[in-house]
Design a protein around this ligand. Structure first.
Ligand code: PLP
Length: 398
């Protein structure tokens, strides 16, 4: 959580005083609900035609897949490095996740996507991990040439952009998470963004089993189908409206500090490749080293210097070989609902060797929004020292 304060407290108090905590309740004089206003403001800020606020990023992924008409018999390509929810969401709509390699910047690799597309592939999910952006031009080119949909997972990149256009606007739909660890947050939350009214209607229908009775469904052209309940609530939306106003300041603060750090380090340490340096959120600096041994020595040295760095290789549920439900082929709570029971798709611990190598050789440095010049100087010189120490250690071991 980057920033939260009196304005959010006021917003929560306003909702509680109003007594209207349910999103489908307008004010006494017809004032739109907080959730309606949040959706409008989010869509306007990012330049989208439609926003649907939901309870989490996972719910947003599932609703977006429903929106895209993904279902049983379909395959969805996901990267081997992402939070596990990206890979499990296709299962929730009856589809089979297909794992693909990431590139040296830890983003979905277009060349491997191309190899993994089959006649059953319905969608790909590029993930903008840790505030960095995926290689969208190449990914969208591959997807379009094969008639495959693109769903951007922007959960870790709220507000980021690619070639001047906010993430979530490049593919057919995009999703955000507003959980506690994201750029803006209400503790939990999420959103589905799309420029396509059919995708939006289907996602909205699914997110609320009772949607057909709601006023906002009166113009739906999509026939009613059964849904669930991923509805947001007014307290959360009131918080998110304030957080949205803070987004630009949070991003510019992170970007300024991240690029000052890069500049100060210069060529003394290798950076991981980035697909659009101007668009990244600046929440993390990705560094690339020669080997797993060097990465481990590097991160140990940073801890000794009070620099906040970590290894993506060791981030548990973000790494494909730790996705137990896939590795152990339990894709649902009931075998008859499990898409993995009727696919030849295999999931093996060593199935993505390039992903493994890139994870072994990458290190993330967390950027502090409160850093001053002296902090940046301390972290930069510390990283240069750590790098030299790590190279020395790695040479000793080999
Ligand atoms: C890349 C990615 N996708 C999806 C999600 C799921 O979001 P949530 O935790 O809000 O369900 C996350 C959350 O951590 C994420 O990082």
């Amino acid at each position: 959580m980057y920033q939260m304060g009196e304005a959010e407290i006021e917003a929560v108090a306003r909702v509680i005083r109003s007594g209207r905590l349910f999103r489908y309740q307008d004010g006494p004089n017809g004032e739109p609900a907080e959730s309606v206003q949040f959706e409008r403001e989010l869509a306007q800020k990012l330049g989208s035609s439609h926003a649907l606020a939901v309870t989490s990023g996972t719910a947003a992924l599932i609703c977006a897949l429903v929106g895209l008409e993904v279902g049983p018999g379909d395959e969805v390509i996901v990267p081997g490095y992402t939070f596990m929810a990206t890979a499990l969401a296709p299962l929730a709509v009856g589809a089979v996740p297909v794992l693909a390699e990431v590139d040296a910047g830890l983003m979905l690799d277009p060349a491997d996507v191309e190899k993994k597309i089959t006649p059953r592939t319905k969608a790909i999910i590029p993930v903008h991990m840790n505030g960095n952006v995926a290689n969208l031009d190449a990914l969208i080119r591959v997807a379009r040439s094969r008639g495959v949909k693109v769903l951007e997972d922007c959960c870790q990149c709220v507000g980021g952009s690619y070639r001047g256009l906010r993430v979530s606007r490049h593919g057919d739909a995009g999703v955000f998470s507003f959980n506690y660890y994201k750029n803006i947050t209400a503790g939990e939350g999420g959103a589905v963004m799309t420029g396509d009214s059919r995708i939006h209607q289907r996602a909205r229908m699914y997110h609320d089993g009772g949607s057909i009775f709601r006023a906002d469904a009166k113009d739906f052209t999509v026939a009613a189908f059964a849904g669930v309940n991923y509805r947001t609530d007014e307290v959360r939306s009131a918080i998110m409206r304030v957080q949205l106003q803070r987004l630009d300041e949070i991003l510019s603060g992170l970007r300024r500090r991240c690029s000052a750090l890069r500049e100060r380090i210069g060529s003394a340490v290798e950076f991981s490749p980035v697909h659009d340096l101007d668009g990244v959120c600046g929440s993390y600096l990705f560094l690339r080293v020669g080997s797993r041994v060097e990465a481990q020595a590097f991160v140990k040295a940073t801890a000794e210097r009070r620099i906040n760095a970590y290894l993506p290789y060791d981030t548990g549920r973000h790494v494909y070989w730790n996705w137990d439900p896939l590795m152990e082929r339990r894709g649902a709570h009931h075998p008859k609902l499990d898409p993995l029971q009727s696919t030849t798709q295999t999931y093996l611990k060593d199935m993505l060797p390039r992903t493994t190598e890139h994870l072994e050789r990458t290190l993330f440095v967390t950027i502090g929004l409160d850093w001053n010049e002296a902090d940046i100087e301390r972290v930069a010189s510390g990283l240069i020292e750590c790098s030299k120490a790590a190279v020395g250690q790695a040479e000793l071991v080999s």
